[in-house]
Each structure stands twice: as structure tokens, then as C-alpha cells.
Design a protein around this ligand. Structure first.
Ligand SMILES: Nc1ncnc2c1ncn2[C@@H]1O[C@H](COP(=O)(O)OP(=O)(O)OP(=O)(O)O)[C@@H](O)[C@H]1O
Length: 373
């Protein structure tokens, strides 16, 4: 996709922004404006760093707050990522997806401007700098689960053409001032060709959240996002990381810890200790069961994101009953079950980015991951 051709649809021939009724309102920012907004990309304004660059908060002259992603390496590959991210975001508006305010492309600089999310990422509340503040009560968690499911379901079922996120994870769920979920980071999104399962040689995603078929074979489909979302639900309910370090060499995927407990219906024990016992047991049970059913290794067994919303909201008692009785949760079948995977051990090309380990390319296991499912 040529960079130049991307923006002609958002701007008229004389360069002014065209605003069709109901179309996304985004604009081109000048580099000068973004330097001024972020205090010259001051270290104090830095919100964090991701795979493609640093994110800074800033203030525009109208007083509104923005988050600016400044891409770090400029290459043809990065040009493509930038083009994809901007093109995808510019077309999308949903209450649970991070809103694009605009972009800047001057000289070698490529920057993307988003709405600023004052409550930062879900990761920061589960494991990071806000974890001790106890701001994520049960009601908020349930709301975040349903909201982020609705955002992803929009990408899968309503965006045209449909979009696979490819990097669903807690650090890509941002929280607005009301703690409503905004799914972010469509840098890896690829437009799905009509009816096709996209096979890529370039696996991107984060260790612990990657569906096995995507990690091993590069087969991306909506159900890969469902898998990652299942891991996110387990993380949200239990406060555990997707992969727990048991010792220097042994790591345990969250599913291997959660499935035996779920089979024994020991849901209360699974709740995040940060909740201090203050949660709705039936909802916790639902979140865990839905998380596990999403994170099955066989893609065809996973629900769609629309089913996930339905289950989380308890819209159909029948579906919920079916879920509870799924063979995955039957102790008598446990021994012959290999439904949940410990195949997240493809650690070739892993880069440690302090909070998450990012996969750069799939490969065979070099690390021990314990497993009991
Ligand atoms: N719009 C925003 N408002 C507030 N904070 C943000 C916003 N966008 C990103 N951040 C913060 O900046 C950090 C870096 O974000 P970024 O999307 O670049 O990386 P990431 O998702 O953490 O990692 P990666 O890109 O490698 O997947 C995040 O941890 C997030 O907390």
C-alpha cells in the first residue's frame, strides 16, 4: 500500500480535511505542533515504549490531551506498518476501540496521534504501577471484559473488510476516565481477504497470548484473537500473568494452572487476591470458564467473539449450561484431554520488552514450560 495514496480519501484536493457525515474525524498534525504538545518529546511525557516506538502524552492548544506514538526506525517495513495502522484506524470508530486523532508524516518522522487514556493500560492495573491502588474492583473488571470483547467483535464482524487484531493482550486494552475499555494497537492488524484464512510467514504477537496455530504455522484468523482474549480473561479474573515463572527455567502457562482448578470447580481460589474476596462468584466462574473455552488449542472448538459477549453477559442460559457441561471441564475426560496447549514455548526470536515477551518469528521450543492439561 503506497503511503501517499492512503490519505487521499481523508483529504480533499486542496488539502483541507473532508468530513462526511458520520465519517471519522481525523487530521494531519504538523511536527511543530506535536513537538510543542509533548514539550519536545520530553522524557517526563513518555508513557511507555512498544515494539514500534515510544508513546508520549501531550496537550494540544485547545486543551485536549493526546497520546503520540513516535515510530523509532524508519524503513520500508516500518512505512508499511505505519500505513496499515493509520489506514485501519482512520476507518474505525467504536466506543471500545482507541480513537485515532490523526497523524504526522514529515521528513523521516512518522507519528500517530490518539486520544489520551488517563487510566493507562489494563496491565498497569493488574501487574504494574497501579496494581496496589486497588482501582480494579470486580464490577470494573466485568465491564472491561465485556467492553473489550465488544471492541474485538466489532473488528471481526462489523468492520469492512473484517480485521484480525493479532496482538490482543492486557497492555493493548487501555482505560478511559470512566475505566471503559479501549482496545488499541492495530499495528499488526491485517485486512482479511474475502473469506480467506490469512497465512503469513511473519508471526507477530506476544508470548503467552499467541494461539498455537498462529505461533507454529503462521495461520492467522479471527479465532487467534479469541484465543488471546481467553488468556486476557483468565488474567483479568485471577490477576496472574499469562506465563508464570515457577523457577529460573520452568514457566507455566496460565491455562495449565487454571484448567485443573476449573475442573474441580474451585473458582473462589482462583480469584485475584487483590480483590480481597470482593467479587461476584457466579460472574468470576463465568469469566474463567469463557476464558478457558476461548484458549483451547483447537481453533474450531473456540467460540466467536459474538458468542463470548453473549456468554459473558449471560444472555442465554442454555449456552451457559452447555459451557459448564463442555467436555473440557469434565474430570472423567481430563486424562485424555490435550485441548489446552502448552505450545506457547516457541521461544526462538523472543525479545524481552520488560513487561511482555514479543515473538519475532515462530520456532521450536528452547525453554521448559510445565504443563498438566
Ligand atoms: N492512548 C494512550 N493513552 C495512554 N497511554 C497510552 C496510550 N497509548 C499507549 N499508551 C501507553 O504507552 C505504552 C506503550 O504503548 P504501545 O502501544 O506502543 O506498546 P505496547 O502495546 O505496550 O507494546 P507493543 O507495541 O510492543 O505491543 C503502553 O504501555 C500504554 O500504557
Amino acid at each position: 500500500m503506497a503511503f501517499g495514496s492512503l490519505f487521499c480519501c481523508g483529504r480533499s484536493a486542496n488539502g483541507r480535511q473532508r468530513r462526511k457525515k458520520g465519517s471519522p474525524t481525523w487530521r494531519v498534525f504538523s511536527l511543530k505542533e506535536l513537538y510543542s504538545a509533548t514539550n519536545n518529546f520530553n522524557y517526563d511525557n513518555k508513557l511507555g515504549e512498544g515494539g514500534f516506538g515510544s508513546v508520549y502524552c501531550g496537550h494540544l492548544r485547545d486543551g485536549s490531551q493526546i497520546a503520540v506514538k513516535r515510530l523509532k526506525v524508519w524503513s520500508n517495513k516500518a512505512e508499511m506498518e505505519f500505513a496499515v495502522e493509520v489506514e485501519v484506524l482512520a476507518r474505525i470508530r467504536h466506543k471500545n476501540l482507541l480513537n485515532l486523532r490523526g497523524y504526522c508524516a514529515e521528513g523521516k518522522e512518522r507519528l500517530i496521534v490518539y486520544d489520551y487514556m488517563p487510566n493507562l493500560s489494563l496491565t498497569s492495573h493488574l501487574h504494574g504501577q497501579h496494581a496496589r491502588e486497588g482501582l480494579l474492583g470486580w464490577g470494573r473488571r466485568m465491564n472491561i471484559a465485556i467492553g473489550s470483547a465488544e471492541g474485538i467483535a466489532y473488528l471481526h464482524h462489523q468492520a469492512m473488510p473484517h480485521i484480525i487484531h493479532r496482538d490482543v493482550k492486557a497492555s493493548n486494552v487501555l482505560l478511559d476516565s470512566e475505566f471503559q475499555a479501549r482496545v488499541s494497537d492495530f499495528g499488526f492488524a491485517k485486512l482479511i481477504p474475502d473469506g480467506a484464512t490469512h497465512v503469513t510467514t511473519r508471526v507477530k504477537g506476544t508470548l503467552g497470548y499467541l494461539a498455537p496455530e498462529y505461533a507454529m504455522l503462521g495461520k492467522a484468523s479471527e479465532s487467534c484473537d479469541v484465543y488471546s482474549f481467553g488468556i486476557l480473561l483468565l488474567e483479568l479474573a485471577t490477576g496472574k500473568r499469562p506465563i508464570e515463572k515457577l523457577s529460573l527455567t520452568v514457566k507455566r502457562p496460565i491455562t495449565d494452572w487454571a484448567l485443573p482448578l476449573a475442573r474441580e470447580r474451585r473458582f473462589k481460589e482462583m480469584a485475584d487476591p487483590k480483590l480481597k474476596g470482593d467479587f461476584v462468584e457466579s460472574e468470576l466462574r463465568r469469566m474463567v470458564l469463557v476464558g478457558l473455552i476461548c484458549a483451547q488449542s483447537k481453533p474450531e472448538k473456540r467460540p466467536t467473539m459474538l458468542d463470548v459477549i453473549n456468554l459473558l453477559k449471560e444472555e442465554s442460559k442454555d449456552k451457559l449450561l452447555n459451557l459448564e457441561n463442555d467436555e473440557l471441564f469434565r474430570t472423567d475426560l481430563a486424562a485424555c484431554h490435550q485441548s489446552l496447549s502448552s505450545s506457547q514455548d516457541s521461544s526462538d526470536g523472543i525479545e524481552n520488552d520488560s513487561e511482555n515477551e514479543r515473538i519475532k518469528g515462530a520456532g521450536p521450543s528452547t525453554e521448559t514450560i510445565s504443563g498438566n492439561s
